[in-house]
Ligand binder design. Structure first.
Ligand SMILES: Cc1cc2nc3c(=O)[nH]c(=O)nc-3n(C[C@H](O)[C@H](O)[C@H](O)COP(=O)(O)OP(=O)(O)OC[C@H]3O[C@@H](n4cnc5c(N)ncnc54)[C@H](O)[C@@H]3O)c2cc1C
Length: 378
């Protein structure tokens, strides 16, 4: 079977822009392009019917980095670059909330805690570090108190004997990831952007003025249809999968496991939690507890990792003890040699925006917009 005449002509011919990847970055790029060039015919091609990437699988932290993560960013990237990244996250979150609306994305200004777990190599920052970090972060957050030592009443629901201390950040929040991506996609569809779910981009060729994108549809009988669509502009927003279309790109897929418990009706704890410099995270999701991450624990087998995550959750949050998990999934982070995302023009008319790391919710929409600004500035 091949693409029908209608499928070819109405969906895939005469496109002014093809965006590969239907996550937060790709759809935001398409929306921004439409707002700048309302007459453009735009398609977002996404191979998974839900979206196979982090945008539908993330934990819903509306975060910009825990205190120790940001200290690490400053040490590795330098003060200026780390501050630029922090500003991107803060501005990106504001943009996401303003564009989609807090209600539509289930935004909660719950604040976050960073727990310094006993028996780990992570240390509670001292008062000097708090003063120094607050002064530095204020340039991005406009708050003199981005971080403070958590007060006793902020630790409700946590076994205090299991931690050496906790950092509170009132500026972080949480979203409902499903609501966010559904709202984003419905906004794009209302603007006339074609969201083509279930089509894989198998290959692409940069050209002189026009580029070619090979679109593949797998059929139920195991066969496949292929079609080369032509377009003057391409955006690649495939994050963790970037190497498939750009083998030399510095992006590695990194699996991240997430678990969600059955409901716990009287659950007291209602914040987002960072642990172990961001490698572990937990939060309340509609009176269930979510826990995820743990790739730093070096546990190869999934059962071992699940056991370790269960133990962390049950010991730190005694209310969860004995409650089974009802959901478990794995998503892929796109990471590389630095924490900076890659947004750049790779050829006239071709821009890539990948390597979102663990904070794509915060930076995704803004970087989607940045791609279009790059294309339009050519
Ligand atoms: C388990 C997990 C938890 C996370 N938690 C958080 C969090 O709490 N807060 C936060 O800020 N960030 C979090 N992140 C990171 C965040 O989700 C990502 O950084 C962000 O969603 C990346 O968005 P994206 O649009 O760049 O990529 P994606 O959402 O990965 O979208 C890329 C899309 O491209 C599609 N694609 C790939 N190749 C092709 C192809 N050849 N043809 C067609 N389509 C293709 C994929 O199917 C995918 O849907 C988490 C990530 C994971 C995995």
């Amino acid at each position: 079977m091949a693409f029908s005449y209608w499928e070819s002509t109405e969906w895939l011919e005469g496109l002014d822009l093809i965006v590969i990847g239907g996550g937060i970055v790709g759809v935001s790029a398409a929306l921004h392009a439409k707002s700048k060039r309302p007459n453009w015919k735009i398609a977002v091609i996404e191979r998974d019917s839900f979206g196979g990437g982090g945008s539908t699988k993330n934990a819903g932290f509306a975060c910009f980095g825990s205190m120790t993560e940001l200290m690490h960013d400053r040490a590795t990237l330098g003060d200026t670059e780390a501050l630029t990244l922090l500003k991107k996250r803060i501005d990106g979150l504001k943009l996401l909330r303003k564009t989609l609306g807090d209600k539509a994305i289930g935004y909660q200004e719950c604040g976050s805690l960073e727990l310094i777990r006993k028996g780990t190599n992570y240390e509670m920052p001292d008062q000097v570090a708090f003063a120094e970090m607050n002064e530095w972060a204020e340039q991005a957050t406009s708050s003199a108190s981005t971080f403070h030592v958590a007060k006793a009443n902020e630790l409700n629901g946590i076994d205090g004997a299991r931690i050496d201390g906790a950092v509170s950040s009132p500026l972080e929040g949480a979203i409902n990831t499903g609501k966010m991506i559904l709202t984003l996609r419905s906004m794009a569809q209302k603007k006339g952007i074609r969201l083509l779910l279930g089509l894989n981009v198998k290959d692409w060729e940069r050209g002189d003025g026009m580029h070619r994108v090979q679109v593949q549809r797998l059929s139920a009988d195991g066969g496949e249809d292929n079609l080369w669509a032509e377009t003057p502009r391409v955006i690649i927003a495939t994050n963790a999968f970037a190497k498939e279309l750009m083998p030399s790109c510095d992006v590695q897929p990194q699996p991240n496991v997430v678990l969600v418990t059955a409901p716990i009706p009287a659950l007291k704890f209602n914040r987002t939690v960072h642990m172990d410099a961001g490698y572990l995270y937990a939060r309340n999701v509609q009176n269930r507890m979510l826990i995820g991450g743990g790739r730093h624990l070096g546990l190869e087998r999934e059962e071992e990792l699940v056991k370790a995550l269960t133990s962390v959750l049950n010991t730190l949050f005694p209310e969860t003890d004995g409650t089974p998990f009802e959901y478990k999934w794995t998503g892929l982070l796109g990471v590389g040699t630095t924490r900076n995302p890659i947004v750049k023009s790779v050829h006239p008319g071709c821009v890539i925006a990948v390597r979102m790391g663990g904070m794509g919710v915060a930076i995704g929409m803004q970087l989607g917009q940045e791609c279009i600004n790059l294309l339009l500035a050519e």
